[in-house]
Design a protein around this ligand. Structure first.
Ligand code: FE2
Length: 287
């Protein structure tokens, strides 16, 4: 039995389709606002990123946290969360003792699902994130270079998620450039939501966001939001990452000659071959 995730999780859908299910962590004492208000200011500043302005769905999510707000401390930001239009993102909060067991249990559940789907081995570079957000705050449209489980603890939100590798939502070229860190601004317009599923998301629920599935989040108006995500790669998503990097470079070098690389994520052996070529190129380049 899984210790954090509830019954009825279909492991076969991992990185194939977004899906919602229940988690078992409601009422966990480490995740109360009181404990978090104690833990977060004690963590190294490099693990605590925050913004003190309202974001919009079309903002560049990855650029949001590059500059630290000068007008407000983290303590004040947490205290005024209900009214301050703020967003706090904490990476690896399990460096505080009170969250360590929780982190270990989540990784255990993730690996149990991977094994159920026939993926051997351990989760690759897993990482835990904690999010605290003001009512109505928005996480702009973006994709992730990893697989995600998002868990909600307080406040409601709407999470809109597309299918992975849906070219209508994120073109292959934009996906390649994003994964290769060449351009992290993805074009978004409201009509794109027609191709996605909008999940109403409440405390006690969890959501799977597949590798490179486009998504954006809008928190409810009634309360602050506390949520957590466990992100990780699998041997399959690592292969896709490398194949996308291969495509990005090949398109850049040979695009002018009319070369259009075949899309990544369609199955078969092609992605594995591209990933192998990318690894060989990366090895040569590092000499
Ligand atoms: Fe994300």
């Amino acid at each position: 039995m899984l210790s954090c995730f509830g019954e009825g999780v279909d492991a076969q859908l991992l990185d194939r389709k977004p899906f919602r299910f229940d988690h078992r962590l409601m009422g966990h004492p480490s995740l109360s606002i009181e404990n978090l208000a104690r833990v977060i200011p004690r963590l190294p500043a490099s693990q605590v990123m925050y913004s003190t302005r309202m974001l919009s769905t079309s903002d560049n999510f990855e650029k949001t946290f590059r500059q630290r707000p000068l007008d407000r401390s983290i303590e004040e930001t947490i205290e005024t969360l209900r009214t301050s239009d703020s967003y706090i993102m904490v990476s690896s909060p399990q460096t505080d003792e009170s969250l360590r067991d929780l982190y270990e249990s989540l990784i255990g559940d993730v690996e149990a699902l991977m094994h159920e789907r026939g993926i051997a081995g351990k989760a690759v570079t897993p990482k835990l994130y904690l999010f605290l957000a003001s009512p109505n705050s928005v996480t702009p449209f973006h994709i992730d270079r990893y697989s995600t489980f998002l868990l909600q603890f307080r406040g409601s939100k709407q999470v809109t998620v597309s299918m992975p590798f849906d070219d209508r939502v994120v073109t292959q070229e934009n996906c390649e450039n994003y994964v290769a860190y060449v351009n992290t601004q993805l074009p978004w317009r409201p009509e794109l939501d027609a191709y996605s599923t909008c999940f109403d998301f409440a405390p006690g629920q969890a959501l799977h966001i597949p590798f490179v599935a486009g998504h954006h989040v809008r928190n409810g108006a009634e309360d602050v939001s506390i949520s957590m995500s466990i992100i990780f790669n699998t041997p399959e998503t690592m292969m896709w990452r490398e194949a996308l990097n291969f495509n990005q470079r090949a398109r850049k070098w040979f695009g002018r000659m009319g070369y259009r690389p075949a899309p990544v994520g369609e199955g078969g052996v092609r992605d594995g071959l591209k990933a192998g070529a990318w690894r060989a190129y990366a090895r040569v380049r590092s000499y």
